[in-house]
Design a protein around this ligand. Structure first.
Ligand code: CU
Length: 209
């Protein structure tokens, strides 16, 4: 019995100590799903220490006269690559307070990189092509995800307890294009949160929104 108990305890310790997944959906009051929203979660118990890493590439390409992806999520301190995959030059810039920079004209298969050292929203543009737009969301929590075309995102491995969920999307109405909700994460399994928010109609973007 004692041995069994020991095994049981060992198993419990081996699995991530209380972790739950948040399944968030974002839509307008009219039911239109909102893609390209960045969901960040801030547990009241604090974030785990150590560097933040996301499984996707920290890369903002220029292809077919547009940025790809439209919204990129990176942790504070990330070095983001800006490869030019077009047969002509681009001149990438941002005036955003979170990162003001300029990558002067560079051509096909050339690459530059920029380090993003402050959390916030970085709006990108190109001096040559006015309708090239994209955003880099620099985040200071490991609990982050981006909504897909269905307006859905999953934030994994949240510690149990109270947390603040912040949803940002470039066209959300409200201060800083954000809405926030309080949640209580369970000890395990997954929990759902449906967020309804007003949004402006995005301007037309070459290659689709
Ligand atoms: Cu350009």
């Amino acid at each position: 019995m004692r041995q069994l108990l020991a095994i049981l305890v060992a198993t419990l310790v081996a699995s991530p100590a209380g972790a739950a997944d948040l399944a968030l959906s974002l839509a307008t009051p009219g039911g239109k799903p909102l893609a390209n929203a960045v969901v960040t979660v801030y547990p009241a118990s604090g974030a785990p220490r150590g560097p933040i890493r996301f499984p996707w590439p920290y890369m903002m390409s220029q292809k077919d006269m547009q940025f790809e992806p439209y919204v990129l999520v990176v942790p504070v301190g990330a070095e983001v690559a800006f490869p030019n995959r077009d047969p002509f030059k681009h001149h990438v810039f941002s005036f955003s307070p979170a990162k003001t920079f300029e990558l002067k004209l560079y051509g096909r298969d050339e690459q530059r990189s920029v380090k993003f050292d402050k959390p916030g929203v970085v709006a990108l543009g190109c001096n040559i092509h006015d309708d090239m737009t994209a955003f880099i969301k620099v985040v200071d929590t490991p609990f982050a995800a981006k909504t897909d075309a269905k307006g859905e995102a999953v934030v994994r491995d949240l510690p149990p307890g109270d947390a603040q969920v912040v949803v940002w999307q470039p066209f959300l109405k409200g201060p800083r294009n954000e809405v926030s909700r309080s949640v209580k994460a369970p000890a395990s399994g997954s929990f759902a949160l449906a967020v309804t928010a007003e949004a402006r109609t995005p301007p037309l973007r070459r290659g689709g929104y």
